[in-house]
Design a protein around this ligand. Structure first.
Ligand code: UDP
Length: 247
């Protein structure tokens, strides 16, 4: 198959509009739980650099550092209620990131899939477009607004809806490996891999539903380490260590 149509690149960067997914766990820093403000500030600096480079940037932040629906359900909670708690956790992370970005002078808007008018805007696609055109970073909070989903699926959904050129997943590992590199020293990193291989080999980089949605919409998934300073910009320039998932 031919390469998916992409918007023209800017400033030598490969993608013009990007959705960046950051898992909640990244914001814990070395803590076991919650939000480590120094870590949020460090991630915000990376994001600010991307925004200043002229990339239209959408953000989805997970909630796993505070609450995951599945762990609540495992302890006897109703799954729906537990998932709503997880979605609320993503709103806390979104507000923390909004604050850190605005302290760096980056204009942002938080849009939530669950209405909470005194806290942030509701998700409105056309309004989000306008924010992006004005150079604001838009943070999509509260997941899809639906239980039984994850923020990976949210990231894929918003990437498709917002017409992003790529879904970038910032993790603590610098790409997709044949096995878990933390436990298997023979694990090898893929530079490129197809959606189909990721699904068939059950490589746990993102939920299957998120990968399928990106395959159906032909949006590449770029997996890289968010812990490396300057890493996002390097990857956007097509350099640095990362894995691209495409056809
Ligand atoms: N969640 C949900 N629907 C969504 C997105 C998230 O119910 O559309 C809940 C779910 O309980 C999930 C929690 O929010 O466990 C936090 O999201 P996730 O586990 O994806 O965060 P991450 O692993 O990226 O930190």
């Amino acid at each position: 198959m031919s390469e998916p149509a992409q918007s023209p690149s800017i400033n030598g960067l490969k993608y013009r509009r990007v959705l960046l997914k950051v898992s909640g766990e990244v914001l814990m820093g070395s803590q076991q739980y919650g939000i480590d403000m120094d870590t949020v500030a460090a991630v915000a600096e990376e994001i600010a650099a991307v925004s200043r480079a002229g990339v239209e940037l959408c953000l989805v932040i997970g909630g796993g550092n505070i609450f995951r629906g599945l762990s609540g359900a495992a302890k006897g909670m109703d799954r729906g209620s537990a998932d709503y708690m997880g979605m609320l956790a993503t709103v806390m992370n979104a507000l923390a990131m909004q604050n850190a970005l605005e302290r760096l002078g980056v204009d942002t808007r938080v849009q939530s899939a669950i209405r909470m008018d005194s806290v942030c805007e509701p998700f409105i696609k056309r309004r989000a477009d306008r924010h992006l055109e004005k150079g604001r970073v838009v943070i999509f909070a509260a997941g899809t607004g639906l239980p039984y989903f994850t923020t990976d699926t949210t990231a894929a959904l918003r990437a498709a809806e917002m017409g992003c050129d790529a879904l970038m997943k910032g993790t603590s590992v610098d790409g997709i490996y044949t096995a878990d590199p933390k436990t298997d020293p023979t694990a090898k990193r893929y530079d490129k891999i197809s959606y189909q291989e990721v699904l068939a080999q059950n490589l746990r980089v993102m939920d299957g539903s998120a990968v399928s949605l990106m395959r159906d919409n032909r949006i590449p998934i770029v997996v890289f380490s968010i812990k490396k300073r300057g890493g996002i910009l390097e990857v956007l320039a097509g350099e640095g260590v990362h894995t691209v998932v495409s056809d």
